[in-house]
Design a protein around this ligand. Structure first.
Ligand code: KG4
Ligand code: ZN
Length: 320
């Protein structure tokens, strides 16, 4: 089954096609209009999606050829933005008389390592680290996910973006801090390693710590901040692996593109780490086509009455 995926939950307008052989097309348009505001402006995002989506879908279909089914992100995300892609996908499915399924954006990220040649088998620990989420799941099967840990405040990517703002580095902060950090000393400044109760994380204090202690070169601050983020992420995953006995760990989400995170997890003894290609860490539609395809192949379909769900946790997807 060849599936068209559509993703418009934030500031990437994306369409991609995945078949049994893997990714057949993967077109991503990253909206640039938000840069001047140092963050995503929801109404501008919706309008930009509406302007670009037809061309993006056409380009994905031109490359991959006709499809057998349609999948689209139906949450969580910016409601207006989600609605643009979801409505388009439903209309396309209805017009072409194709089956349709709504996909949880987080499930798209979580299952994105399955698009790689080296894929994790179930059960695996799935760490979704993005601009909106930082959650560790125990993935037992497609659609069966248990939340083991989550952030109690900011997401890790949000911390990158806020620290970049404090340092005057623009938006998004992740890639620029990643680049600067490679030239800095990670031990120059000892930032706190904040931990919340259980296996949870807390990242909001780090931004304040950076603001209060931001002395030294941007490179050293970036490297020291990044070392703190990676330390706490790895610490929790290590503990979760001990608790569950599951050693396969799949990273996903925008922050999983981070070079230090990838290097430190890969080097961690006792863990088998699975990484999506860097371009499939940030938002894309191949991951939505992939998650949708796995559900469609299992016989799942959604009616065209399925609505956008701005807050949709992955745990609630679990079906008995
Ligand atoms: O997955 P994503 O594209 O969107 C969400 O679903 O949130 O993630 C975007 C986030 C942003 O916060 C961005 O700063 C961060 O991922 N990011 C990175 C890197 N590339 C993107 N963070 C650290 N290092 C990177 N190389
Ligand atoms: Zn995302």
């Amino acid at each position: 089954m060849k599936v068209l995926g559509i993703e418009t939950s934030c500031d990437e307008t994306a369409a991609g096609v995945v078949g049994p052989e893997g990714v057949l097309s993967d077109v991503v348009y990253t909206q640039t209009i938000h840069e001047q505001y140092l963050g995503v402006v929801p109404e501008l995002a919706s309008r930009a999606h509406a302007e670009k989506l037809t061309a993006v879908v056409r380009s994905a279909l031109d490359e991959a050829g006709p499809v057998d089914a349609v999948a689209a992100t139906s949450g969580p995300g910016l409601i207006g933005a989600v609605l643009v892609g979801l409505s388009f996908a439903k209309a396309y499915a209805a017009g072409a008389d194709l089956p349709f399924v709504g996909v949880n954006h987080l499930e798209g990220h979580l299952l994105s390592p399955l698009l790689e040649p080296e894929k994790p088998t179930f059960p695996f620990l799935g760490l979704v680290v993005s601009g909106g989420h930082t959650t560790l799941y125990l993935a037992k099967a497609v659609g069966d996910y248990e939340t083991l840990a989550t952030t109690v405040d900011d997401a890790a990517g949000e911390a990158y973006d806020k620290v970049a703002r404090v340092l005057g580095l623009g938006y998004p902060g992740g890639p620029v801090i990643d680049r600067l950090a490679s030239k800095g000393n990670p031990e120059a400044i000892r930032f706190p390693r904040p931990r919340a109760t259980g296996l949870n994380w807390s990242f909001s204090g780090l931004k304040t710590a950076v603001r209060n202690k931001a002395e030294g070169s941007d490179e050293d601050i970036a490297a020291s901040f990044q070392a703190a983020v990676v330390d706490v992420l790895l610490d929790r995953v290590r503990k979760a692996s001990k608790q569950t006995g599951v050693t396969r760990v799949a990273l996903s989400g925008g922050v999983a593109a981070n070079s230090e995170l990838r290097a430190r997890f890969t080097a961690e003894p006792g863990l088998q780490v699975f990484l999506p290609a860097k371009k499939r860490c940030t938002d894309n539609a191949a991951m939505i086509a992939n998650a949708g395809r796995l559900r469609l192949v299992a016989g799942q379909r959604d009616g065209l009455d399925v609505s956008a769900r701005p807050s949709w946790t992955l745990d609630s997807l679990a079906r008995p």
